[in-house]
Design a binder for this molecule. Structure first.
Ligand SMILES: C[S@@+](CC[C@H](N)C(=O)[O-])C[C@H]1O[C@@H](n2cnc3c(N)ncnc32)[C@H](O)[C@@H]1O
Length: 274
């Protein structure tokens, strides 16, 4: 099986929309009338969740009307935030059919269909003309992509000259075996975690100018500890990534936090200019 097929299979739940609606109803929400904020517990599939997306948006200086491409858009949480909170016109592209279908449905239910659209496709072969976007984002996607030179060349191609690229991926902080399963892969064969130095080198080779790197480890750990304390006091939240990750969620989340606390990996943001 090729990498992209294996990755899409890894993320496919099978009845995700049903499971999400059930979780939303148990949390007292009406799936027919949603807001982007109400969904933030389940549709931000990365470390640091909505606060990390908001931090990326702030650092990118997103402005109303800008055309933004979210590469590997998942369920569309970040895309809906960029559209609703920042006023961007957003396109999302993702490999996993089911995620795209759920992203479209949730976006319509949030009344944002005219501001954020989604389609299935590969980050390595973006179906957009050169210079189509002012901004591109890549949030916790690069860990599934071995050919980062091609990924960054594609991002550069679809951006206008001077366009901004915001990368927020789990990156390698120290050598050593990673504990699998992890949220982005059950096995080492579909995991491609690289150092910030490798990202910066490949981005530069693709024609980007690096504007800054931020290690979000402390930010993520602080949020996770606050969330744990809240769950201990009030019980587990009705809306969490549990819905997406199913049976192996506990092990995958425990492994990612063990690797993070042990300094093997670091959720890292890199901003670059085309
Ligand atoms: C961990 S999720 C992150 C989703 C979203 N960016 C977020 O932060 O909520 C990784 C996503 O990357 C997508 N993905 C992985 N490899 C891809 C590729 N080659 N092209 C497009 N999407 C890809 C997966 O389908 C999945 O939706």
């Amino acid at each position: 099986m090729d990498t992209e097929t294996a990755v899409a299979k890894h993320y496919t739940h099978g009845s995700l929309e049903q499971a999400l609606f059930q979780a939303l109803r148990s949390a007292g929400k009406d799936p027919e009338h949603l807001t982007a904020d109400e969904l933030s517990g389940v549709d931000e599939f990365h470390l640091g969740w909505r606060p990390a997306t908001a931090a990326l948006a702030k650092d990118l200086g997103l402005r109303p009307g800008e055309r933004l491409l979210d590469i590997g858009s998942g369920l569309g949480g970040p895309a809906r935030f960029f559209a609703s909170a920042c006023g961007c016109r957003v396109e999302g592209i993702d490999l996993t059919d089911e995620f795209v279908a759920v992203a479209v449905s949730l976006t319509r239910r949030c009344g944002l269909a005219d501001k954020a659209a989604f389609r299935q496709g590969s980050a390595l072969d973006l179906p957009y003309a050169a210079g189509s976007f002012d901004v591109a984002t890549l949030i916790h996607v690069g860990m599934n992509i071995g050919d980062k030179a091609r990924l960054f060349a594609e991002a550069k191609r679809v951006l206008t000259p001077g366009g901004r690229f915001g990368v927020y991926d789990v990156m390698r902080a120290k050598q050593g075996p990673l504990p699998f399963p992890l949220p982005w892969s059950q096995v080492p064969e579909t995991s491609f975690v690289e150092t910030p130095e490798t990202y910066r080198r490949l981005l530069t080779e693709a024609g980007f100018t690096i504007e800054g790197t931020v290690d979000r480890s402390a930010f993520v750990l602080e949020l996770a500890r606050a969330q744990q304390a809240k769950a201990a006091a009030e019980g587990p939240p009705a809306l969490s990534l549990q819905v997406l990750m199913g049976a192996t969620r506990k092990e995958r989340m425990a492994n990612v936090f063990t690797a993070l606390e042990g300094g093997l990996i670091a959720p890292t943001q890199i901003l670059a200019r085309a």
